[in-house]
Design a protein around this ligand. Structure first.
Ligand code: PY5
Length: 308
């Protein structure tokens, strides 16, 4: 993520209070800072014809609580209370579109690995974020199959959106960028295509859409789920199955889906052009429909929007 995706908001929700960002502090010897034991979500709020709306708020909050459960982290707040904190933060920071980052962490100065009974804090930040890949989205991005394998559930629970998982993502992204690519594509331990550093992946072949399933050690993305629904509603056949690396090279279209990345066309992988090296037709159709959905322009997906 680029430097400009930093917190620009003046108010941060921190353990029940909206405080100035400069007041939301943690001690340097913070457990989650030392060990990556925090958990988080990434959510977007979009402008719609009837004001600002948070996209799939309850799905994000439920995933957050599920991550907390896996790490036996007692946030001590209900789904409604966390949703309320998110909405309060968005409201406090003005009516602009933003990226929302709920973050729960062990707010302890202990270096112990036993987290039982440690104080858990909850913070919600918002920031301005345009396209994750910025101007590159128009033309599509260039990816590299990472030399790093994706973590899997025998090592760290991939269903959990925990800070520590992102060390694997950071290594893949660094590997891709230092080799001159925009982003990494990870394969699973078994060598099947898994996902990007912070995005799910889709391929299109002969008009059919395919994406890896849970057995490929992926985070079950909420954007991924939205894409599957939108594509099926538009009559496409969408299959979740194991995908071989070769299938990516020979696909007609490839794209990423994620909250930050939204829908991003991938136009080459390992220097091999995908079809004619331009964002594909079906990718553009899905991108257009996704954009309509998040901006409240399609009644069918209104239930995904939570009005601020
Ligand atoms: N896979 C991984 C590893 C992710 O981190 C993400 C989201 C996704 C898939 C897509 O999930 P969803 O559609 O639910 O967002 N990544 C975060 C995001 O906000 C953080 C990226 C730095 O997009």
């Amino acid at each position: 993520m680029n430097n400009e995706f930093t917190c620009m908001a003046s108010k941060v929700w921190y353990d029940g209070k909206l405080v100035d960002e400069s007041e939301a502090k943690v001690p340097i010897l913070n457990h989650s800072l030392q060990y990556g034991s925090g958990i988080f979500e990434g959510i977007r709020a979009y402008s719609t014809g009837s004001g600002l709306s948070v996209f799939r708020l309850s799905d994000h909050v439920r995933r957050f609580l599920n991550t907390a459960r896996i790490y036996r982290m007692n946030i001590g707040r209900t789904e409604d209370e966390i949703s309320g904190a998110i909405l309060d933060t968005v409201r406090a920071n003005g009516p602009e579109e933003c990226y929302i980052r709920p973050f729960a962490f062990f707010n302890s100065e202990s270096v112990s690995l036993v987290t039982d009974g440690m104080k858990v804090s909850l913070a919600v930040m918002t920031m301005k974020m345009g396209g994750y890949f910025q101007e590159k989205v128009e033309k599509g991005i260039r990816c590299k199959v990472s030399s790093w394998k994706r973590i899997n559930s025998s090592i760290l629970p991939v269903e959990a959106k925990a800070s520590g998982n992102y060390l694997n993502s950071i290594l893949g992204s660094m590997d891709a960028r230092t080799s001159g690519y925009d982003e990494a594509i990870f394969t699973s331990g078994e060598g099947y295509v898994a996902e990007g550093a912070g995005q799910n992946i889709f391929i299109v072949k002969n008009g059919e859409i395919v994406t890896p399933g849970a057995e490929s050690a992926i985070l079950m993305g909420i954007t991924r789920d939205s894409v599957i629904k939108i594509a099926r509603d538009r009559g496409f056949n969408v299959t979740e199955r194991l995908i071989l690396r070769d299938e990516v090279y020979s696909a007609d279209e490839v794209f990423f889906a994620g909250t930050a990345a939204e829908i991003t066309p991938i136009v080459s992988v390992d220097g091999i052009k995908i079809a004619d090296g331009k964002p594909g037709k079906i990718t553009r159709e899905i991108l257009g429909e996704y954009s309509s959905a998040v901006h409240g322009k399609n009644e069918k997906y209104r239930q995904w929007l939570y009005s601020v």
